[in-house]
Design a protein around this ligand. Structure first.
Ligand code: SAM
Length: 218
């Protein structure tokens, strides 16, 4: 799969990162194992490579960020990914989160609103052999042509829960989305029990870049 260079040093740093994330409360062994497997430094410029295993978000250009590893683990754990799940990720960004979902056995569809990031990440993940389905457009409207999905993950902070996303979930499906103001958002998990019954759970606060688009920030 991966054609770039991993090293003992990076592997050691990854193990330490996983230890830290575990100590912060992540319990899902499959999620921890995916983080231990995927070289996060591949997603960084070589000059910034030393920051790849800090538990921090990091700029990836175009005013966007690669999410903090703990946040990636937290959102992924909430999704309860099963082998073969059809997952829509909104906010491709660096592609790291999408790659983690792929390692967990999901069929990943990912949409990005910034053309430069979309082009760059699609090219890069294809090069390192991670086969996601990439789309360019406004993910606040979901991806109706590919719906329904088992799981939907929003990796940008939304002002509301966009209705199209709930519509595009299967019965039994899960939507994980941070909702709040432009600076901080509460993590929500919405489970679609029936066509009309949605159960909402609330978790900690996080700080994401804003979700833009029709049902996002203007
Ligand atoms: N998942 C990413 C990763 O692993 O690197 C991190 C995503 S970053 C925190 C949020 C991303 O959402 C940015 O790349 C941003 O351009 C994108 N975004 C914002 N609004 C969007 C929208 N309406 N549709 C799709 N992507 C959007």
């Amino acid at each position: 799969m991966l054609k770039l260079e991993d090293s003992y040093r990076h592997k050691g740093q990854r193990r330490e990162l996983v230890k830290l994330i575990r100590s912060k409360g992540i319990k899902d062994e499959a999620v921890l194992s995916a983080i231990n497997t995927l070289p996060r430094h591949f997603f960084f410029d070589t000059a910034l490579d030393s920051h790849a295993y800090e538990d921090k978000a990091f700029p990836i250009g175009e005013g966007q960020t690669i999410s903090q590893p703990y946040t990636v683990a937290f959102q992924t754990e909430l999704l309860q990914i099963k082998q073969g799940d059809k997952v829509l990720e909104i906010g491709t960004g660096s592609g790291y989160q999408g790659a983690i979902l792929h390692l967990l056995g999901a069929e990943v569809h990912t949409i990005e609103y910034q053309k430069k990031l979309y082009d760059r990440t699609k090219k890069f993940l294809t090069k390192i052999g991670i086969p996601l389905n990439f789309y360019f457009g406004d993910g606040s409207q979901g991806m109706p042509a590919q719906a329904p999905f088992d799981k939907i993950l929003v990796t940008a902070g939304a002002p509301i829960v966009p209705k199209p996303l709930l519509k595009q979930l299967k019965i039994g499906g899960i939507l994980v989305i941070p909702v709040g103001d432009r600076k901080t958002q509460k993590m929500l998990r919405l489970t679609k029990k029936t066509a009309t019954k949605i159960v909402q759970e609330e978790f900690d606060n996080f700080a994401f870049v804003p979700l833009l688009g029709q049902d996002g920030w203007k």
